[in-house]
Design a protein around this ligand. Structure first.
Ligand code: ADP
Length: 273
């Protein structure tokens, strides 16, 4: 009977081992699919601007260089393509770090009113090109101190405002508001009266590389990574993002932030562009 017990224990051990291995293999398979999909998306994103740049350079070498005006125009277009490549690579770098949990947060106390005003200053020209006005309630005369990573928050606000301009109507408005919530939090809302998002697409917005209108968004110069970067940054802060959108009417993205317990600024004065 000793032998029977030993055999039973052994069988159980073997079964448990096999089950563990099966799970391990399944996890690896999921990861492999994920990796392949990621690589596919990355090369797809890089291809268009890369071929554009290559096209202009080849045409220049083919003789277009002789004409001074054409030369300048083509070089400017090639340069725009390179610019686009640079920011896609920057977004890819950021998403890789965020997904690996490699992003070290530099939390500090800073005035979020000032940060929003700075983001607006930086994006004013972009908005003006579409005749979009950037509105921030002037009621915020007092600083609102929050505790977060200021550079990353600048990126969050900037990505949301850039989207509201890209998908906003010509002559429309992007509006930001801040509201106090209970439990030491504020909620920041970025709303536009642009094209809006169909209900069915809302759950997928934060997936990387997801775009409602593939060609439209690429023309607008997006990488399809903006919102997934926003979501990751907020998650790293233990904060949430919400979307409300009515197709054809407009969208509102909002997120929460923790107010700082103490009102002194630990952040730097200058906000980087
Ligand atoms: P993209 O680089 O394409 O802008 P994002 O991750 O920032 O990538 O956004 C994903 C998609 O969500 C966009 O392609 C667009 O279809 C949709 N979207 C984002 N913001 C808005 C908005 N304010 N209004 C309408 N659609 C939006």
């Amino acid at each position: 009977s000793q032998i029977t017990t030993d055999m039973a224990t052994l069988t159980k051990e073997v079964e448990r081992f096999a089950k563990g291995k099966k799970l391990e293999i399944e996890t690896l398979q999921v990861r492999e699919t994920y990796r392949k999909e990621f690589m596919g998306n990355v090369s797809h994103e890089l291809k268009t601007p890369l071929f554009t740049v290559q096209g202009y350079i080849l045409t220049l070498l083919d003789g277009a260089m002789k004409d001074k005006a054409v030369r300048k125009k083509y070089l400017q277009r090639a340069s725009k393509g390179v610019e686009r490549l640079v920011y896609i690579v920057k977004d890819l770098d950021m998403i890789t770090k965020l997904e690996a949990g490699d992003l070290h947060l530099n939390k500090e106390n800073f005035d979020v009113v000032e940060l929003i005003q700075n983001v607006f200053d930086l994006l004013e020209m972009k908005a003006a090109k579409k005749n979009i006005s950037l509105a921030f309630d002037l009621l915020y005369k007092e600083p609102i101190m929050v505790n977060a990573d200021m550079d990353r928050m600048q990126q969050v606000i900037s990505n949301l405002v850039v989207n509201s301009i890209k998908y906003g109507k010509k002559g429309g408005t992007t509006e930001i508001s801040i509201e106090n919530l209970i439990k030491n939090k504020v909620i920041i809302r970025v709303s536009d009266n642009g094209e809006g998002i169909e209900k069915a697409n809302i759950p997928r917005l934060f997936e990387r590389f997801f775009r409602v209108d593939k060609s439209g968004s690429r023309k607008e110069g997006g990488s399809g990574l903006g919102l997934s970067i926003v979501k990751h940054i907020l998650e790293a802060h233990n904060e949430k993002i919400y979307v409300e959108s009515v197709y054809g009417v407009g969208s509102e993205f909002s997120f929460t932030l923790e107010k700082s317990k103490n009102r002194t600024k630990t952040g730097r004065k200058k906000i980087k562009p």
